[in-house]
Design a binder for this molecule. Structure first.
Ligand code: ZN
Length: 223
């Protein structure tokens, strides 16, 4: 029997405990949207405590200790991030995989369906680990707007990031994401047309009408 959307959402929700609320909400949207397209995917992981990160880091590093506890063991190295160095430690990252039609097995093949899941996520402002140059982390999605773990460690949130504000004159990838969200031509330049559409959007959603895309406006794109 074909796996249901509810079951995939249930599993994903369970695996997203501790993830920032809005990220978890968008994780569900991704799973639900691709389900409509006949793609069966689920979130496999989200928030990791420092101890959980130490456990991952310890694999393949037999002598490794963290806070006086031995985590090191044999095996293949799976991460270079020590506790505190992964976006997962701050609740702004999730991992996913595809599953078989009956939902009983994970499918780790990075095929067209896999890329489609990543693409839906990118439309919501996520960065996909499959696009990284140094090493590709295909299950990985993070929502940081370029903030590093060092910045997250200070307690800042990507939702409060000063560089987050997009306004008339802004350019680049994030402007394109905004244009995709409000369905206008995506040239990556925040010009008068973009501003007008944003003002209209803000009015419609009872937001402060300033034509500037900050966290509140951004979040409303994907509600
Ligand atoms: Zn990850």
């Amino acid at each position: 029997m074909k796996i249901t959307r509810e079951e995939l959402l249930r599993r994903s929700t369970r695996n997203m405990q501790g993830v920032e609320n809005r990220i978890a909400e968008w994780g569900q949207r991704i799973i639900s949207q691709v389900y409509d397209e006949g793609i069966f995917a689920q979130v496999t992981g989200g928030y990791r405590s420092h101890e959980q990160q130490a456990y991952l880091y310890g694999q393949g590093r037999p002598g490794y200790q963290f806070n006086g506890t031995k985590y090191g063991r044999r095996g293949k190295v799976v991460t270079n991030a020590k506790p505190g160095q992964s976006i997962h430690n701050y609740g702004f990252a999730i991992d996913f995989c595809l599953v078989t039609d009956n939902g009983q097995q994970a499918v780790w093949k990075v095929n067209e369906d896999w890329r489609r899941v990543a693409s839906v996520a990118k439309g919501l402002g996520f960065t996909w680990g499959g696009n990284w140059n140094s090493f590709q982390d295909y299950p990985h999605l993070e929502w940081t707007h370029g903030m590093s773990w060092e910045e997250l460690k200070t307690g800042k949130s990507p939702f409060d990031y000063p560089g987050f504000l997009l306004r008339r004159g802004s350019r680049g990838k994030r402007v394109k994401q905004v244009q995709v969200a409000v369905q206008i031509r995506t040239d990556g330049i925040f010009g008068p047309k973009t501003e007008e559409v944003i003002r209209h959007f803000q009015r419609k959603h009872c937001l402060q009408v300033d034509g500037i895309v900050g966290p509140e406006t951004w979040v409303n794109f994907y509600r």
